[in-house]
Design a protein around this ligand. Structure first.
Ligand code: NAD
Length: 301
């Protein structure tokens, strides 16, 4: 198996995190201590692992982390109160609400309650709108991580035809917006598309964000395509549980020029970009505070 085709997300995430650590040290020398609050509702085992990993990565990067573990029976009002307190706390720069939420919580309302300046997941409508307008806003972590890997693998993305498979608010839609910003021609296909496979066959770049194990095999791919597999699917493989992507890796490998593995591809990039967003948020908040106090000084004199 050729290893040169492999896009190593673990190594790329380590590079991003090294830079984040250096940026945190620089900010601290300037009196700014980035802090990330993570809210987890309920006992979902996968969410608990994700939260633990996020807290660990934050600590390694020198980011202060605050953990809010709330019971499954937490009401919408109680959750909104916690978010309001964190919004008002100047010592907190980023707020992450771990998804999925219990069924009785309105996800959109909870995400919308987070101060957009602290919205390190980039899910608030102000950030979503800003991204679609090409403004410099906090952007969702997984698609941002995919863009980093693509730029490393392809260099300039301008003029390339990218097909995004999946149109979720978390991955597919922001991914399409970021690819457009990078001057790609973008096609988005989804569960109602009648011609997903034939459109995919035209793509220079394929982003698979479906949630269906090994849906995309070599027959979907143009020779030389670059494939980013966002999917994380747990399957039973001869009595053993293991993770696979949305792409049939073994089938796709001979056909592609580069591909991310699962695990070890996009997954580590998501956390790395959460840390990067936290540092960006801390810097932007400090800058806004300083320019505000300068404005106050000017109005006094
Ligand atoms: P989702 O269920 O919200 O969206 C799936 C999308 O796939 C939908 O838009 C749907 O229309 C589309 N789809 C379904 N069947 C299809 C088909 N046959 N052909 C074309 N499109 C089809 O899922 P999501 O939150 O976007 O996540 C997608 C996958 O990515 C999941 O496996 C998830 O676990 C994974 N994920 C990974 C990371 C990471 O850090 N690596 C982050 C987020 C999500």
């Amino acid at each position: 198996m050729s290893t040169t085709k492999l896009i190593d997300g673990k190594a790329a995430a380590a590079r991003v995190l090294t830079q984040v650590k250096e940026d945190v040290a620089t900010l601290k020398r300037d009196g700014i201590e980035p802090a990330l609050a993570v809210i987890l509702l309920g006992e979902d085992p996968a969410s608990q692992v994700y939260v633990r990993n996020k807290i660990l990565r934050a600590e390694e990067a020198g980011i202060r982390s605050l953990e809010y573990r709330l019971g499954t029976d937490t009401s919408q009002a109680q959750l909104l109160n916690v978010i309001a307190e964190l919004n008002a706390d100047p010592g907190v720069n980023g707020i992450l609400l771990q998804l999925p939420l219990p069924a009785h919580i309105e996800e959109a309302r909870a995400l919308q309650a987070i101060d957009p300046r602290k919205d390190v997941d980039g899910f608030h409508s102000e950030n979503v709108g800003g991204l679609s307008q090409g403004r410099d806003v906090l952007t969702p972590c997984t698609p941002s991580g995919c863009m980093y890997l693509l730029r490393e693998a392809c260099g300039d993305l301008s003029g390339k035809h990218a097909v995004v498979i999946g149109r979720s608010n978390i991955v597919g839609k922001p991914m399409a917006a970021l690819l457009l910003q990078a001057h790609c021609s973008v096609t988005v296909v989804h569960s109602r598309s009648t011609d997903a496979k034939s459109l995919c066959q035209l793509a220079d770049i394929v982003i698979a964000a479906v949630g269906k194990p090994r849906l995309i095999d070599a027959s979907w791919l143009k020779p030389g395509a670059v494939v980013i597999d966002v999917g994380i699917n747990r399957i039973d493989d001869q009595g053993r549980s293991r993770l696979v992507g949305d792409v049939d890796f073994d089938s796709a490998l001979p056909q592609v020029s580069a591909i991310t593995p699962v695990p070890g591809g996009v997954g580590p990039m998501t956390i790395a970009f959460l840390m990067k967003n936290t540092v960006t948020a801390a810097l932007q908040q400090a800058q806004a505070q300083r320019s505000q106090s300068e404005a106050v000084c000017l109005s006094i004199y």
